[in-house]
Design a protein around this ligand. Structure first.
Ligand SMILES: [Fe+2]
Length: 217
């Protein structure tokens, strides 16, 4: 099979839909604009894959096309993570969400193992979210050890931890809140984010991550 055949056999990505209107502190207009931006990442990821496929039409990259191939490939990290992280973000929001995970949850136990208390974990996660710059605050589970950790991801692609799985993802690009808050009011946006967290989704993610390692052993 030629390289081109392998790449064109992959189906294009399709933007997911989310029923999120009516959140607390995050307006429908913000969500409408934000979902449109997400759809742009899906399109860009598909366009990149198509362009790379064309450069591989002969089953290899011609020497003169290598600079273009290299640049497009480097952009994959930005566009793909832009797509996927938004899916995690919208996926962990819900109308009527809560501020804390339910008692007895796997996430709660992971917090106890790693941070001691929910308050300590939340303070750390929110501090990551308050970092200056453009990016994401992400709570990951390390499936191999059952521990969680909070990370800053610059743009979309710098700081993701290989093998760790995102279980709670918060967009802190200014487009996530600028229609509702001033640039200096990121803290209020983070408070609103916490009032809309879909904890059952967070729980599903951490349980899936932990069981994936258990099954592979
Ligand atoms: Fe965003």
């Amino acid at each position: 099979m030629k390289g081109n055949d392998m790449m064109t056999a992959d189906p294009a990505y399709t933007a997911k839909t989310y029923d999120l209107f009516g959140l607390s502190g995050i307006s429908d207009e913000t969500l409408r604009v934000h979902l449109g931006l997400y759809e742009g990442y899906v399109k860009a990821a598909n366009d990149l894959r198509e362009q790379l496929s064309e450069l591989m039409q002969k089953g290899k990259v011609d020497h003169e096309h290598m600079p273009a191939y290299s640049e497009l490939t480097r952009r994959l990290g930005f566009e793909f993570n832009g797509m996927v992280l938004h899916e995690y973000y919208f996926g962990n929001l819900r109308r009527g969400g809560g501020d804390q995970p339910p008692n007895g949850s796997a996430f709660g136990r992971a917090i106890e193992r790693t941070f001691g208390t929910y308050e300590h974990w939340k303070a750390d996660f929110c501090s990551v979210g308050m970092m200056r710059g453009v990016g994401w605050a992400i709570c990951n589970v390390d499936p191999a050890r059952g521990l969680i950790s909070n990370h800053w991801v610059s743009l979309h692609e710098h700081g993701n931890i290989a093998g760790f799985l995102p279980i709670l993802v918060m967009d802190v690009w200014e487009h996530a809140y600028l229609l509702d808050y001033q640039p200096s009011e990121r803290k209020q946006y983070i408070d609103s984010f916490f009032s809309n967290i879909a904890w059952p989704v967070v729980e599903e993610r951490i349980q899936a991550g932990l069981s994936s390692v258990a099954l592979s052993r």
